[in-house]
Ligand binder design. Structure first.
Ligand SMILES: [Zn+2]
Length: 222
């Protein structure tokens, strides 16, 4: 799963919970934000095996810390606590739970598309429903849930300052997914793939931050 993860960020945000969209963008990809440096440091491992699924060449054969069920629950709980404690008075317990849920949603969505490479704990009992073997279907799922998330976001946040910007961002995400699914070539190495993922996820979170930045605050120098 790639951009489909961000559908959860859009869907969760409301005027009640007031969780910044960029925080949710980091939350839904937190497991991958951790996974990339873990791969770069050799703590978790993957390799490129062309044809391993119809959609990509990812043989994610060792990622017990970020993508096991127990690991995902741990990071979700930690994110929940950190948001509650670290975000000041604005962070209600309900909002903190939603941040934890956003982190865990990554594992649930990965479960649908991955080969059986997601361990229940440590490196054992691996699960994955393998939707990556059905390229068109997987693409439709990514796009459908993203569109659903964006629609919910626009409905539940009537004061969204940049509606057109949000829709444009959604369209860009769809284009990125289309490029990734149908045009993109497999990255030359595990390191290249990890770095590319980090760059994209950081860029997306940056755009999410800009989308919710209040407009019209012009500084005067007089
Ligand atoms: Zn992942």
């Amino acid at each position: 799963m790639f951009i489909g993860h961000h559908s959860v960020a859009f869907a969760v945000k409301s005027e009640t919970n007031k969780i910044p969209l960029w925080v949710l963008f980091v939350a839904v990809q937190l497991l991958d934000f951790l996974w990339a440096p873990f791969v770069l440091l050799g703590i978790e491992k993957m390799r490129m095996v062309p044809g391993i699924t119809a959609t990509n060449s990812l043989d994610l054969y060792y990622m017990p810390y970020t993508h096991s069920l127990v690991g995902a629950l741990f990071w979700s709980g930690l994110a929940c606590v950190l948001y509650r404690v670290g975000w000041g008075r604005k962070a209600s317990s309900a909002a903190a739970l939603l941040v934890g849920f956003a982190v865990f949603s990554h594992w649930l969505l990965d479960l649908i598309v991955h080969r059986p490479d997601l361990a229940i704990y440590d490196d054992t009992l691996k699960v994955g429903f393998g939707l990556w073997n059905y390229r068109g279907l997987e693409f439709v799922l990514e796009i459908a849930i993203l569109i659903g998330g964006v629609i919910l976001y626009l409905k539940r946040n009537s004061s969204v300052a940049r509606k057109a910007g949000t829709i444009t961002f959604g369209l860009v995400l769809i284009l990125v997914q289309a490029g990734n699914t149908f045009v993109g070539r497999p990255p030359p190495s595990d390191r290249a793939f990890a770095i590319t993922a980090l760059i994209f996820y950081t860029l997306f979170a940056g755009v999410a931050f800009l989308l919710e930045k209040r407009p019209g605050k012009v500084e005067r120098l007089t």
